[in-house]
Write a protein that binds this ligand. Structure first.
Ligand SMILES: Cc1cc2nc3c(=O)[nH]c(=O)nc-3n(C[C@H](O)[C@H](O)[C@H](O)COP(=O)(O)OP(=O)(O)OC[C@H]3O[C@@H](n4cnc5c(N)ncnc54)[C@H](O)[C@@H]3O)c2cc1C
Ligand SMILES: *[C@@H]1O[C@H](CO)[C@@H](O)[C@H](O)[C@H]1NC(C)=O
Ligand SMILES: *[C@@H]1O[C@H](CO)[C@@H](O)[C@H](O)[C@H]1NC(C)=O
Length: 428
């Protein structure tokens, strides 16, 4: 009898926010169905690149996958957060700031997704299901979702008590409520890639990059050039992750994606630029990276609300953000944990109170963090700030430089969780 009474959520999007919500809602006693347009789990393929996880993020993941050790083994430490500057002409670098108590860890996107996905019960994922529309029915007590099964072109209905939009920064569910919301182009794109050096650990390139960046394997490096910057850190299984931001006019995006196809010609030009701007060892890492790609960087001004009736936004759908604060994953995980805790606390009968509390806890945090990340990006790219000033290493004093550090992120170590929930407060 109890089985029948379990409330059900339909989650659209099976990336980090979607799998995390699946975990937290199951813990809250909900049934879930996850609709994902990709046809299969991304397992095994070199999907995505690196991301940073703070201590609470790791606690939550460890709880969901029931092994802190496994997550630990899959990640590498980012104990230091270091900003340095490079003079491309003279090929010299110097340290600008160094925080030795950073305590993040670095994961490969695909590895993290794998861990979270494999720890879910079987049969809750509907792969190859493209969400197309939804309608709220039964006095706002139910929601009916229509999706197209990509393999057969068949249209199916999935009905639940709650629709969770985890469909990313270009969310079509968000668009149905906010048709006029436009993402803001950051003013720059990012070239990124991962160099797999498992076959040649002792190559000249690897030996020289370790010499130039001696704390690789435990440090989040940012290198600042003139109106450009690059992030560099190591990932498990002998991989180097880099992400290089370049100011340019907004490119035209062909598909519904913020990742851009690149031509050999573009790659060659990028390699030439790298030689001019960065340390020779770093330029070599960039040149030896197979299949680098471009992310066009967007965010949005903070939303005013995160739910409408029984439809709620989580992850990038709720707060498109630039990557400078290493927040996207963190925010997605915490959205999921808070949503689960609120649903657990209020029960299905008080769904609106649960969503209201979720919104009131998350909105102030994600709004401040996204705006802070925007500012960090503009600072490091030498773009004009709200004050009309620009950050310039040549004239910056030490106080200006302090601003470059990750630890200045609002709510850096104390984002709130709902009061009085059963399982949300398992902080280390
Ligand atoms: C393949 C992939 C690789 C990534 N790699 C990295 C990385 O290396 N480093 C990093 O920092 N961030 C990466 N990200 C982004 C990162 O996951 C997000 O920034 C953050 O974790 C928030 O995730 P999200 O789940 O809210 O959104 P997203 O990760 O954007 O996921 C949205 C999901 O919704 C699905 N979806 C969208 N529309 C529909 C629809 N109509 N029907 C069904 N499904 C739909 C998409 O296929 C996608 O799986 C990656 C995202 C993806 C999808
Ligand atoms: C996310 O970051 C906030 C600080 O910004 C931190 O308080 C919180 O513990 C982190 N949460 C997760 C789930 O990582
Ligand atoms: C993690 O790594 C350690 C050391 O290599 C190993 O002993 C342990 O079994 C691993 N644990 C898991 C859960 O993978």
């Amino acid at each position: 009898m109890n089985e029948k009474k379990r409330p059900k959520a339909v989650i659209v999007g099976g990336s980090i926010a979607g799998v995390s919500c699946a975990h937290s809602l199951i813990l809250a006693g909900w049934d879930v169905a996850v609709l994902e347009k990709s046809c299969a789990p991304p397992t095994g393929s070199p999907t995505g690149a690196g991301l940073g996880l703070d201590p609470l993020a790791r606690t939550l993941i460890g709880t969901w996958i029931k092994s802190h050790q496994l997550l630990h083994n899959t990640t590498l430490p980012l104990t230091f957060d270091q900003n340095q500057a490079t003079d491309g002409e003279k090929k010299v670098s110097w340290t600008v700031t160094r925080d030795e108590k950073f305590n993040f860890r670095a994961a490969y996107w695909a590895d993290l997704h794998d861990l979270l996905y494999n720890a879910l019960p079987p049969n809750i994922f509907l792969w190859g299901h493209l969400f197309s529309s939804f309608s709220v029915c039964n006095d706002k007590k139910a929601v009916k979702v229509k999706a197209k099964v990509l393999q057969t072109e068949e249209i199916v209905d999935v009905v639940g008590d709650l629709l969770v939009a985890a469909d990313g920064c270009l969310s079509s569910i968000r668009r149905s409520f906010l048709p006029d919301l436009k993402l803001r182009y950051a003013g720059y794109c990012a070239w990124r890639g991962v160099l797999d050096f498992s076959e040649n650990e002792n190559s000249d390139t690897i030996v020289s990059i370790r010499k130039a960046y001696p704390d690789l394997g435990r440090c989040l490096y940012f290198d600042l050039g003139s109106s450009t910057h690059i992030g560099l850190y190591e990932l498990q299984r002998k991989n180097l992750n880099w992400i290089w931001y370049i100011n340019q006019p907004e490119p035209e995006l062909k598909k519904n994606s913020v990742t851009m196809k690149v031509t050999d010609d573009m790659i060659q030009k990028m390699h030439q630029e790298a030689e001019k701007i960065w340390d020779p060892a770093l330029a070599r890492v960039i040149k030896e990276t197979k299949e680098p790609f471009i992310n066009v960087i967007y965010d949005s001004d903070p939303l005013q609300q995160l739910y409408w009736d029984n439809v709620v936004l989580v992850g990038d759908a709720a707060h498109p953000t630039t990557p400078h604060g290493l927040r996207s994953t963190n925010m997605s995980l915490l959205d999921a944990a808070v949503l689960g805790a609120c649903l657990d606390k209020w029960g299905r009968e008080k769904l609106e109170s649960a969503l209201e509390e979720y919104q009131s806890i998350r909105l102030p945090v994600v709004a401040k963090q996204a705006l802070h990340s925007r500012r960090m990006g503009r600072l490091k790219q030498g773009l004009v700030l709200e004050t009309g000033k620009t950050f310039d290493l040549k004239t910056a004093n030490s106080e200006d430089c302090e601003e470059l550090q990750q630890k200045n992120m609002p709510y850096f170590a104390d984002a709130p969780l709902p009061v009085g929930s059963r399982y949300a407060c398992s902080t280390p």
